[in-house]
Ligand binder design. Structure first.
Ligand code: GTP
Ligand code: MG
Length: 184
C-alpha cells in the first residue's frame, strides 16, 4: 500500500485514561523520552494536564510522516463528537486505564460502538491500544486488558496492544513504531 505523507490519528478512550498525557509526552522533543525521530512541531508547550473539553489537535513529525492527532475528550457528554472524525482518520489510538476494572465494560461498549460504525467498519485502518497506567499496583496486564476487550475478535484490521506508563513515557515508542509500520 502507498504511504501517505500526512496522516490523521484519532486518539480515543474513556475520560481519565491518559490520552492527553500520552500526547503531551511527544512534546517537546528535548524532554521527551522518545527518540529524536518523534519530533513535535506544534508551537504549544507542555503544561499541566486537565480534562480535555471537546478535543485538541496536535501535530507531530516522524522521519517519514506528518501526524495530525485528534485528542478527543473521553467524557461521556463529548463522546458523540468521536464519530465525526472517523471518516478522515488513517489510524486510531485507543487508550485504556488498566487500573479501572469497573469501567472496562464501558470501554468495551465504546469500542464495540466504534467498530460497528459504518465509517470504521469498511476501513482497514490500524488500531493501536495503549493499556495505560501499568505502574498502578492493581493494573491489569495488557494480555488481560485485551481479553476483557475481546481484541482477538478483530479480524479485519491490524491491531496491537502495548502496556504503557504515560507519566514516564514508557511503552509509547514501541506502539508508535508499530503504528508507523502499519500505516497505509
Ligand atoms: P479526558 O481528556 O478527560 O478524556 O482524559 P485523558 O484520557 O486525556 O486523561 P489525562 O491525560 O488527562 O490523564 C488523566 C489522569 O491520569 C492525570 O492525572 C494523569 O496524570 C494520569 N495518568 C495518565 N497516565 C498515567 C499513567 O500511566 N500512570 C498513572 N499513574 N497516572 C497516569
Ligand atoms: Mg484529555
Amino acid at each position: 500500500c502507498l504511504r501517505k505523507k500526512e496522516v490523521n490519528v484519532l486518539c480515543l478512550g474513556l475520560d481519565n485514561s491518559g490520552k492527553t498525557t500520552i500526547i503531551n509526552q511527544l512534546k517537546p522533543a528535548n524532554v521527551s523520552p522518545l527518540s529524536e525521530e518523534w519530533k513535535h512541531v506544534s508551537q504549544t508547550q507542555a503544561q499541566e494536564i486537565v480534562p480535555t473539553i471537546g478535543f485538541n489537535i496536535e501535530k507531530f513529525k516522524s522521519s517519514s510522516l506528518s501526524f495530525t492527532v485528534f485528542d478527543m475528550s473521553g467524557q461521556s457528554r463529548y463522546r458523540n463528537l468521536w464519530e465525526h472524525y472517523y471518516k478522515d482518520s488513517h489510524a486510531i489510538i485507543f487508550v485504556i486505564d488498566s487500573g479501572d476494572k469497573l469501567r472496562m465494560v464501558v470501554a468495551k461498549e465504546e469500542l464495540d460502538t466504534l467498530f460497528n460504525h459504518e465509517d470504521i467498519r469498511r476501513k482497514r485502518i490500524p488500531i493501536l491500544f495503549f493499556a495505560n497506567k501499568m505502574d498502578l499496583h492493581d493494573a491489569m496486564s495488557s494480555v488481560r486488558v485485551s481479553q476483557m476487550l475481546c481484541l482477538d475478535n478483530i479480524k479485519d484490521k491490524p491491531w496491537h496492544i502495548c502496556a504503557t506508563n504515560a507519566v514516564k513515557g514508557e511503552g509509547l515508542k514501541e506502539g508508535l513504531d508499530w503504528l508507523q509500520g502499519n500505516m497505509c
